[in-house]
Design a protein around this ligand. Structure first.
Ligand code: NDP
Length: 333
C-alpha cells in the first residue's frame, strides 16, 4: 500500500513553462492575495477577478488589473478558484465554465468540489491543485523572507498533456518548491483535510473543554485552568516543537517528572474504541455522505451550523478566557 512519496523542489520545476501565460486569481482573500503577490513577484502576469468590493479594491491598490470573474476567466491561462469552497460551484457554472477553452488550467487550493463531483470541468481542461499548507499571510511572509511554505500538489485531469509541468511551475512561482511540494491526489488532500476536521480537531478541543468542565467542577479557578491548558500558548509552542523535532522528540523539552507522567499515563488517557470512531469518521468522508449533508445544510440556510456555533459561544469557557485576557493585558500595561 505504501508508495514512495514524491516531493518537488525548485530544480524540478521549469519556470519557463509559464512564459507568456496569464494567471487569473479569482477571489482576493486569504489565499488569493498571497498567491497573486507571490506569483507576480516571480515574474508571471497576474490579473484578479472578483465582485466589486473591498477585497477587489485591495487588489487594485496592490497594483493588479482587476475585473469581473467572467473577464478574468476569459483572460487567464491558469484560472485559480480562490473563493470560498461553498460558492465555487455557482461561480464556476455561471462565470468560468463558458471561458474554459482548450489548453486552460483550472487550479484549486482545496480538492473538495472536484473530489465530490460538484464541479466537473470539460475533459480538455487541466485540473490542478497547489494547496499551500499555511494561511495566506504565512504564504506571503515566507516568500518575502526568501523561504517558502510546503504545499500539496496534484493533477486530477491532464487535458493539455502539460498539466504537471504547469502545476510545478505554478507551485514554484508561489514559493512552495523552495521548501517542498508534496505530490498527492485531490481525493487524498480532501479526505485527510476532512479527517482532521471531523476527528482530530474535535477530539482535541473536546478533551480541552471537558477538562475545563471537570477541573472547574472540582474547585479549580476557571481562569487558572484555561491558562494552564491552552491560553498561555505553551500548548501551541509544544505543537510547534513537535512539527520541528517530532511528536516524541519534543518530550525532551519537558521535565523528567512531566515526561514520566505523560508516558506512563498514555494508554489510560483515552478510552478504547478510538479506531472504531476514526473508521466511522472516515467512512462518511469517503462515501460522500458528509459532503451531501453539508450541501443540504447550506441549501437550507445553515440552521444546524448556526445553532451549534451559538451554543459553543455560550459555553462558560468563553467568559473565563475573556477574563484571563483582561488580566494578562492589564498586567502587561
Ligand atoms: P477567503 O474567504 O479568504 O476569500 C474569498 C475571496 O473570494 C474574497 O475576496 C471574497 O470577497 C471573494 N468572494 C466570496 N464570494 C464570492 C463570489 N460569490 N464571487 C466572487 N468572489 C467572491 O477564502 P480563502 O482564501 O480562505 O479560501 C480560498 C480557497 O483556498 C478555498 O478553496 C480554501 O479551501 C483554500 N485554502 C484556504 C486556506 C486559508 O489559508 N484560508 C489554506 C489552504 C487552502 P469578499 O470578502 O468581499 O466576500
Amino acid at each position: 500500500m505504501a508508495r514512495a512519496q514524491r516531493v518537488y523542489y525548485d530544480a524540478d520545476a521549469n519556470p519557463e513553462v509559464l512564459t507568456g501565460s496569464t494567471v487569473a486569481i479569482i477571489g482576493y482573500g486569504n489565499q488569493g492575495r498571497a498567491q497573486a503577490l507571490n506569483v507576480r513577484d516571480s515574474g508571471v502576469k497576474v490579473v484578479v477577478g472578483g465582485v466589486p468590493d473591498e477585497t477587489l479594491e485591495q487588489a487594485e491598490e496592490d497594483g493588479f488589473p482587476t475585473m469581473s470573474v467572467r473577464e478574468a476567466a476569459a483572460r487567464g491561462d491558469i484560472v485559480c478558484l480562490l473563493i470560498p469552497d461553498e460558492v465555487q460551484q455557482q461561480v464556476y457554472r455561471e462565470e468560468i465554465l463558458p471561458h474554459l477553452e482548450r489548453g486552460k488550467a483550472l487550479d484549486f487550493a482545496h480538492g473538495y468540489n472536484i473530489h465530490y463531483g460538484f464541479i466537473v470541468p470539460p475533459k480538455e481542461t487541466d485540473v490542478i491543485m497547489v494547496a499551500p499548507r499555511m494561511i495566506g499571510v504565512g504564504v506571503r511572509s515566507a516568500y518575502v523572507e526568501g523561504r517558502g511554505v510546503p504545499a500539496f500538489v496534484a493533477v486530477q485531469q491532464d487535458g493539455s498533456g502539460e498539466a504537471w509541468p504547469r502545476t510545478l511551475a505554478f507551485a514554484r512561482a508561489m514559493g512552495c518548491t523552495r521548501s517542498g511540494a508534496v505530490e498527492t491526489t485531490f481525493a487524498e488532500e480532501t479526505e485527510l483535510d476532512h479527517f482532521s476536521e471531523h476527528f482530530v480537531w474535535p477530539a482535541l478541543y473536546r478533551v480541552l473543554v471537558e477538562s475545563f468542565e471537570f477541573l472547574t467542577d472540582h474547585g479549580y479557578q476557571p481562569e487558572t485552568v484555561v491558562m494552564e491548558l491552552w491560553a498561555s500558548k505553551e500548548a501551541a509552542e509544544v505543537l510547534e516543537r513537535a512539527a520541528d523535532v517530532g511528536i516524541f522528540g519534543q518530550v525532551d523539552f519537558h521535565s523528567a517528572t512531566s515526561q514520566y507522567g505523560t508516558l506512563t499515563r498514555w494508554e489510560r488517557a483515552l478510552p478504547q474504541g478510538l479506531r472504531e470512531r476514526m473508521a466511522a469518521a472516515l467512512a462518511e468522508i469517503r462515501d460522500g455522505s458528509f459532503a451531501r449533508e453539508w450541501e443540504t445544510e447550506r441549501a437550507a440556510g445553515r440552521p444546524v451550523f448556526a445553532r451549534l456555533k451559538e451554543k459553543a459561544l455560550r459555553h462558560p469557557v468563553n467568559g473565563a478566557e475573556e477574563r484571563l485576557r483582561d488580566v494578562i493585558r492589564a498586567a502587561g500595561d
